[in-house]
Design a protein around this ligand. Structure first.
Ligand code: F6P
Length: 546
C-alpha cells in the first residue's frame, strides 16, 4: 500500500457500511440461518483447527476483510518479510525469524548473504553444548556435573524461554532444575538461587544487546554468588557462565569467553527469538531432537502462511478478525484462554509479542494514525479464569473477543478430568455466543425481579483453536500462528511491528534517577514536583535502619 491511510481504502469503507448492517445481528440468528455454519467457518492447517464461526461475521464480512488484505498489499509484505527485505524501517533491519526455522537446504538472502547456513551452525553448536551438559560431560569448576540451569534475561530473552520451558515440561529432563531470572528486583534472583549449589549451577546470560540494565545487573549478582560459592577463582566463570547475544564485544568485556557465546542476528527481534539461541535453556530442558521438532512445527506454519490462499490462511484469518473486532466493534482487549495448564505462561508471552509489536501510534512513514492499533492481550489458563474474570466477559458492558485454545489429548490422564476440561472450553464458547434470554430464564422459574440479573445477552465473539496434543511441534505451530497473525494486523494498520521505541524513555529516565536515589549528598532534583517528592521520600526511608 502507498502512504494513503487504510481508512481510505475501498474495502475499509465497505466494511464500515457493512458493520452498520450487521452490528445488530445476533449469533443466534446467524447460526439459525445456516445450520452448517459451525462446520463451514473453520479452517484446518498443519494439524491446527480454527473454528471462527462464533464471530459476528457473515460471508460478506470475510469477503470484505479478504479484500482489505489484498488492498493493503499483504501478499507483497509477506514476500518482503520472507525475502529478507528491511521491513523494520525505523531500525533499518530485515525481519527474519522465519529463517531461524528454515531447513538447511533453503536459502534466504540478507544484503546478498545467505543467512541459513549461519543459523544451522549455531544450532549445531547449541546441540553439542546441550548434549555435553545433559550427559554430564560438561563439568563445573569443582568437577561436579551441571544439574541447575538459570536463564538470566528479560522481555524476549526471558518470556519465550520460560513459556517454552513450562509448556514443554513434560518433555524435559526432570533430573535437571530450570530457573528464570528477569526482574531487577533482587528478590527474583535471591529466590531463584536460594536452594541451588553453585558447583552444579550454570547461568545462561541471555541478552540480544548485552546492555540491558536488568539482565546485566542480575548477571553481575550471579557472578558474585557463583564466585563466592566456588572459592573466588575467576577461572570458574568459564565453566558456569555462557552467553546468548548478538554483541560479542560486550560478552567478552563481561568476562565470558567468546567460545561460550551463542550468537544470533539483528534481524531477530527479541520477542521473535525463542527459536534462536535464546532458546538454549529450552534445548537443554527438552533435548536437541525435540528442539528441532519444535522448529519444524514453526516452519510448517511459516509455509502455510507464505503459500495458502488468504481465505484458507489461518494466521491471515485470525489477523483480519482481530482488525474487525478492534477497528469496527471498538473492542479494546483480547482474552487468550488456553485450556492447558502447561500453557500457563502463554498469555504473558503473547503480551510482549502482540503489544510490543503492534502498540504503535504512527504509520511506517511516521504520520499520526487516525485509527486504533494493537488491543490489550491478557489471559489465564482455563478453568481458573472462569471463576475469576469470566463474569465480566459474559455479562459486563465491554466486548471482549476470546481465543480459546485446547488439546484433544492430555499429557496427564486422570480419570475423566480431560473431558471435563474440554466440556468447559466448549461450554464457554457456546455461552458467550448464544447467552440465555429472559424467556429462558423465566422458564427456569426465576422470579421476575431476578430475571435481568440472570440474563446473558450473548453475541460475544470467540475463536476456538484445537490441536491434537501439546508437543514441541504443536507449540512451535501455535507460536508461529500468533506471530503471523500479529504481522497481518501490523500490515493492515501500516505500522512497524518490529521496533519498540516506546520502552526507551522509561529506561533513560531510570538511569538518571538511580544515582539520585543512591548518592550520599542531597542534590537538587530537576524533575516535576511529584517525581522529586517521591525521590525525597524514598531517600528518607532507605536511610532509616530497619
Ligand atoms: O523491553 C525492550 C526490549 O528491547 C525487548 O524488545 C527485548 O526483548 C528486551 O528489551 C530485552 O532486550 P535484550 O535481549 O537486548 O536484553
Amino acid at each position: 500500500m502507498a502512504t494513503a491511510t487504510i481508512t481510505e481504502l475501498p474495502a475499509w469503507k465497505a466494511l464500515s457500511d457493512h458493520y452498520q448492517k450487521i452490528d445488530r445481528l445476533h449469533l443466534r440468528e446467524l447460526f439459525a440461518q445456516d445450520p452448517r455454519r459451525g462446520e463451514r467457518l473453520t479452517v484446518e492447517a498443519a494439524g491446527l483447527y480454527l473454528d471462527y464461526s462464533k464471530n459476528r461475521i457473515t460471508d460478506e464480512t470475510i469477503a470484505l476483510l479478504l479484500q482489505l488484505a489484498e488492498q493493503a498489499g499483504l501478499h507483497a509484505r509477506i514476500d518482503a518479510m520472507f525475502g529478507g527485505e528491511k521491513i523494520n524501517v525505523s531500525e533499518n533491519r530485515a525481519v527474519l525469524h522465519v529463517a531461524l526455522r528454515a531447513p538447511k537446504e533453503q536459502s534466504i538472502l540478507v544484503d546478498g548473504e545467505d543467512v541459513v547456513p549461519g543459523v544451522h551452525r549455531v544450532l549445531d553448536r547449541m546441540t553439542t553444548f546441550s548434549n555435553r551438559v545433559r550427559s554430564g560431560a560438561w563439568r563445573g569448576h569443582t568437577g561436579k556435573p551441571i544439574r541447575n540451569i538459570v536463564n538470566i534475561g528479560i522481555g524476549g530473552s526471558d518470556l519465550g524461554p520460560v513459556m517454552a520451558y513450562e509448556a514443554l515440561k513434560h518433555y524435559s529432563d526432570r533430573a535437571m532444575t530450570f530457573r528464570f531470572v528477569s526482574n531487577v528486583d533482587g528478590t527474583d534472583f535471591a529466590e531463584a538461587i536460594r536452594d541451588l549449589d553453585p558447583a552444579g549451577t550454570l547461568f545462561i546470560v541471555s541478552s540480544k544487546t548485552f546492555t540491558t540494565l536488568e539482565t546485566m545487573t542480575n548477571a553481575r549478582s550471579a557472578r558474585t554468588w557463583s564466585l563466592s560459592g566456588l572459592g573466588g577463582d575467576e577461572a570458574s566463570v568459564a565453566k558456569h557462565f555462557v552467553a546468548v547475544s548478538t554483541n560479542a564485544k560486550e560478552v567478552t568485556s563481561f568476562g565470558i569467553d567468546a567460545a561460550n557465546m551463542f550468537g544470533f542476528w539483528d534481524w531477530v527481534g527479541g520477542r521473535y527469538s525463542m527459536d534462536s539461541a535464546i532458546g538454549l535453556s529450552t534445548m537443554l530442558a527438552i533435548g536437541p531432537d525435540n528442539f528441532r521438532i519444535m522448529l519444524a512445527g514453526f516452519h510448517e506454519i511459516d509455509e502455510h502462511f507464505r503459500t495458502a490462499p488468504f481465505e484458507r490462511n489461518m494466521p491471515v484469518l485470525m489477523g483480519l478478525l482481530a482488525i474487525w473486532h478492534n477497528n469496527f466493534f471498538g473492542a479494546q482487549t483480547v482474552a487468550v484462554l488456553p485450556y492447558e495448564q502447561y500453557l500457563k505462561r502463554f498469555p504473558a508471552y503473547l503480551q510482549q509479542l502482540t503489544m510490543e509489536s503492534n502498540g504503535k501510534h504512527v504509520t511506517l512513514e511516521g504520520d499520526a494514525l487516525g485509527y486504533d492499533t494493537g488491543p490489550v492481550y491478557w489471559g489465564e489458563p482455563g478453568t481458573n479464569g472462569q471463576h475469576s474474570f469470566y463474569q465480566l466477559i459474559h455479562q459486563g458492558t465491554r466486548l471482549i473477543p476470546c481465543d480459546f485454545i485446547a488439546f484433544h489429548k492430555t499429557l496427564n490422564r486422570l480419570g475423566e478430568q480431560h473431558d471435563m476440561l474440554l466440556a468447559n472450553v466448549f461450554a464457554q464458547g457456546e455461552a458467550l455466543a448464544f447467552g440465555k434470554t429472559a424467556d429462558e430464564v423465566r422458564a427456569e422459574g426465576s422470579p421476575d425481579w431476578l430475571v435481568p440479573h440472570r440474563v446473558f445477552e450473548g453475541n460475544r465473539p470467540s475463536n476456538t483453536i484445537l490441536l491434537e496434543q501439546l508437543t514441541p511441534a504443536t507449540l512451535g505451530k501455535l507460536v508461529a500462528l500468533y506471530e503471523h497473525s500479529v504481522f497481518t494486523q501490523g500490515v493492515i494498520w501500516h505500522i512497524d511491528s518490529f521496533d519498540q521505541w516506546g520502552v526507551e524513555l522509561g529506561k533513560v529516565l531510570a538511569q538518571r534517577i538511580i544515582p539520585e536515589l543512591t548518592n550520599e549528598a542531597e542534590s537538587k532534583f530537576c524533575h516535576d514536583s511529584s517525581t522529586n517528592a517521591l525521590i525525597r521520600r524514598h531517600r528518607t526511608f532507605r536511610e532509616q535502619p530497619r
